[in-house]
Ligand binder design. Structure first.
Ligand SMILES: [Zn+2]
Length: 129
């Protein structure tokens, strides 16, 4: 049997998962989260694109990881998120991650951030739904 070699371009989505630990407090929240506390955050960075027939890839997983490490994780892991955002809600953190990555990640289509294991927010950019 001949080996399969896909020479046409097919659109696909690629997701990479990341983790960081950080402290924050929500200055506008009337409840326990007003006080300084910490979370083990998890987020997914997703990009969409056509699979390059030459490489068989949309993007290099390792390159996505390098960009996220440099531009996001280096600025938030084991840090206080209020030093980055005045009101670091999950929604604002997801948006910040998008805005930091967008110039560096072609095809960026979604950031999904988990503040606790069963609750997340999803941001698909300014025109996203
Ligand atoms: Zn919190």
């Amino acid at each position: 049997m001949a080996a399969i070699d896909y020479t046409d371009r097919r659109r696909m989505r690629l997701d990479v998962e990341f983790y960081f630990a950080a402290a924050h407090r929500l200055p506008r929240y009337d409840g326990p989260c007003f006080r300084m506390h910490g979370h083990n955050y998890k987020f997914f960075v997703a990009l969409e694109g056509d699979v390059d027939p030459a490489t068989g890839m949309i993007a290099d997983f390792g390159e996505v990881k390098r960009i996220v490490l440099e531009h996001v994780l280096a600025r938030v892991d084991h840090r206080t998120l209020n030093d980055v955002l005045e009101n670091p809600t999950a929604e604002n953190i997801a948006r910040w991650i998008w805005e930091v990555l967008q110039p560096h990640v072609p095809g960026l289509c979604e950031v999904r951030l988990y503040e606790i294991p069963d609750s997340c927010v999803t941001y698909r950019g300014p025109g996203g739904r």
